[in-house]
Design a protein around this ligand. Structure first.
Ligand code: MG
Length: 306
């Protein structure tokens, strides 16, 4: 019998993005000490990387205006990368004045979304990424999150060739770690497989990851397709928080607890302690007033039934 899941990786790298991608959409400001304590609790679950904040214009995203204070309250620790999103040179300068470990740049696979999200053309963003890459000191690292890889709210379908050519430009700009983002949550598994396998085959030296949104309930299926294509790094948000202010209709990120519990039962190590993560996601839901993810609601229901 052919078992389609027999060649999956034995372990994956989980990147927790709730503090950046989840919280940025919340209307009510989360007090800085609350943010720091939640991030520390997430770190205790076993993550090796957490996107802790973003150095964007505070007028655009006031929720994350305390980026420097958050990093100051959560000092470096061995085995954990504290990454932060950086949209431009000004953001990079602010980030480099802190103890941040890793910088995350972003660019869109489509021209219209890049203009809406970053206020400039893709060519201008690429040039800026190249400049920023050159300014990062040796002890810090970076990656690029490439948004709208699998579909765009403004331009619709995004073909493989457009994605592949953008990825090649990023590699030429000195980037060796790239996350393929389904910003809108419209990807389907065969598309994820084809894009991921194609890119990995043509650029085997590049570290590719996936960032999936669960808008249409397909994110876990797309993870399985990504695993089959050899992807072993995933962005997820505790509690399934998130969306994109410039991608109308985008639902939350794939919930970390959904993915971790699924992979662990499949024998794929995540390094994350599920019970601790659930407790942390529950506390986050209480503190920020967000709706609980499906799994949080399900496990709470099981406990009530005992
Ligand atoms: Mg997201």
């Amino acid at each position: 019998m052919h078992v389609p899941y027999e060649n999956l990786p034995g372990s994956v790298r989980m990147v927790e993005v709730a503090p950046r991608d989840g919280w940025q959409n919340l209307a009510e400001f989360i007090a800085t000490p609350t943010k720091i304590s939640l991030i520390k609790e997430l770190a205790a679950c076993g993550f090796t990387e957490i996107e802790v904040t973003s150095f964007v214009n505070p007028k655009a995203i006031p929720q994350l205006e305390d980026a420097a204070e958050v990093l100051a309250g959560f000092e470096p620790r061995p085995g954990l990368l504290r990454s932060a999103l950086v949209p431009n040179r000004r953001g990079l300068e602010a980030a480099l004045a802190t103890s941040v470990d890793k910088l995350v740049f972003f660019i869109s696979a489509t021209e219209t979304h890049n203009h809406r999200n970053l206020g400039c053309s893709r060519a201008a963003s690429l040039a800026e990424i190249k400049e920023m890459r050159a300014l990062i000191p040796a002890e810090k690292s970076c990656r690029v999150s490439l948004s709208n890889v699998f579909g765009c709210p403004y331009e619709g379908d995004v073909g493989y060739d457009a994605v592949s050519s953008m990825v090649e430009s990023l590699v030429q700009a000195g980037i060796s770690e790239i996350t393929l983002c389904d910003t809108l949550g419209v990807a389907v598994p065969d598309q994820v497989y084809l894009y991921a396998a194609g890119l990995r085959e043509s650029l085997p030296e590049i570290d590719f990851g996936l960032h999936l949104h669960d808008s249409c309930g397909r994110a876990l299926a797309c993870v399985m397709a990504g695993l089959q294509a050899g992807i072993d790094r995933f962005d997820t948000a505790a509690g399934g928080l998130g969306g994109c202010p410039f991608a109308p209709g985008a639902a939350g990120n794939l919930a970390t607890e959904d993915l971790v519990s699924c992979l662990e039962r499949m024998g794929i190590a995540t390094g994350i302690e599920v019970s601790r993560l659930l407790a942390c996601a529950r506390r986050q839901a209480d503190l920020v007033g967000a709706r609980p993810s499906r799994m949080l609601a399900f496990t709470a229901g099981c406990e009530a039934a005992e």
